[in-house]
Design a binder for this molecule. Structure first.
Ligand SMILES: C=CC1=C(C)c2cc3[nH]c(cc4nc(cc5[nH]c(cc1n2)c(C)c5CCC(=O)O)C(CCC(=O)O)=C4C)c(C)c3C=C
Ligand SMILES: [Fe+2]
Ligand SMILES: [Fe+2]
Length: 351
């Protein structure tokens, strides 16, 4: 009889600084922004720009922003990812660990923990906590885990859950988490996704001739869509809006967190917050489906800064809908994917 495969589950998120001290934020930003998939310019120029300009100016400001959302247990992103770990662990028989792309806990630490909990571990199923494919999120997480795995000569194989932007369980969980907020009076719901430079979208176009080149590119069938962040955000928006029965005009999407002078995906969330009250949108709901755990970008940029901007420009009410965090349907979805992989159903898995 074939032996049962001994598996482990690795939940992978982006990461946060170890504390809100400027030195820790500086170290974190250096690691993050020196990633060649985040700032994709030649190493020497990147080093000059990141270490000489961006980080020295940004670290004190970011530290302040982190201070405004930090909890007694630490960064919300890490705390919520740990809560997700525990919740998924309650649903599956395999050990579950978490790792961050930048900062702590590291992938090496997670691998060591998994091997300790399952000494005969022969497969790790990695779940990137990003529903959409972007070079600067999903791809860098996957590639760095592969690199660490290869360098460390680990005795187990790796499998990755594919981007799940259109997966039924993800969409159903998202819709269910948003539904209670639709009971209140609102004019519009904005789906705000983390932005990326438009250049990244063109660079990732596997056909070389589709993304941001063809009219209405994200709604025209293309092989490029397996790696097109914009297309995947558009699809999530449509599917969740359909599931919630939102009529055209009652919802929209935008992109937040722009960094630098380059053109990023549009419309910009910050600009929409200024424009919407003038368009008669006074009561606003905001959901952030690119993040599965609340973090600096939702709690500070949207719920604090964004709210202030919207209200200042004539808004009357602003409600940020929390991310999936540990919503029971989301927990079940993650546990289910890992179990399906265990049962040999490979369709959620990249080779
Ligand atoms: C949802 C996926 C994400 C993509 C895509 C992404 C791209 C991207 N990000 C930056 C720069 C920064 N992002 C920062 C924070 C941050 N980014 C994501 C996710 C994605 N980023 C998350 C979950 C967070 C929050 C982390 C936390 O601790 O809560 C920051 C740090 C904070 C700040 O100083 O603003 C930077 C910098 C770039 C340049 C980029 C694509 C090129
Ligand atoms: Fe980011
Ligand atoms: Fe597109």
């Amino acid at each position: 009889m074939a032996q049962a495969i001994r598996k482990g589950i690795l939940l992978m998120n982006l990461g946060s600084p170890d504390s809100t001290e400027v030195k820790d934020v500086r170290r974190y930003l250096n690691e993050f922004l020196m990633d060649e998939r985040v700032i994709d310019i030649p190493y020497l120029i990147r080093a000059l720009l990141v270490k000489g300009i961006i980080v020295p100016f940004r670290a004190p400001k970011s530290a302040k922003a982190y201070q405004s959302i930090w909890t007694d247990e630490g960064s919300p992103l890490i705390v919520l990812t740990k809560q997700l770990q525990q919740a998924v662990q309650d649903e599956v028989s395999y050990p579950v660990e978490i790792a961050m792309r930048y900062g702590n806990p590291t992938v090496q630490h997670a691998f060591a923990q998994l091997m300790q909990k399952a000494p005969e571990l022969d497969e790790v199923i990695a779940v990137p906590l990003y529903p959409h494919y972007a070079m600067s999120s999903y791809e860098t997480a996957v590639e760095s885990v592969k690199e660490i795995h290869a360098k460390g000569n680990y005795p187990f194989q790796l499998n990755f859950i594919k981007p799940y932007y259109n997966n039924t369980e993800y969409i159903d969980a998202l819709a269910e988490s948003i539904k209670p907020y639709l009971q209140q009076e609102f004019d519009h719901i904005l789906f705000s996704y983390h932005g990326v430079p438009e250049r990244h979208i063109r660079k990732g176009d596997t056909t070389g001739c589709h993304c941001l080149k063809v009219n209405d590119c994200c709604n025209v069938d293309s092989a490029a869509h397996t790696q097109c962040y914009r297309h995947q955000c558009v699809v999530t928006t449509k599917l969740v809006a359909k599931k919630l029965g939102l009529p055209e005009g009652k919802f929209g999407f935008s992109f937040q967190s722009r960094l630098g002078k380059e053109e990023w995906l549009k419309p910009y969330t910050a600009k929409r917050f200024e424009e919407m009250p003038k368009e008669g949108i006074k009561k606003l709901l905001v959901a952030c489906p690119a993040f599965v755990s609340d973090c600096l970008e939702t709690l500070e940029e949207i719920a604090e800064e964004g709210k202030e901007d919207f209200m200042h420009h004539g808004g009357e009410s602003f409600t940020m809908i929390p991310c999936l965090n540990i919503h029971p349907m989301w927990v079940k979805a993650v546990a289910g994917w890992a179990n399906n992989v265990a049962a040999g159903e490979k369709e959620m898995v990249l080779a």
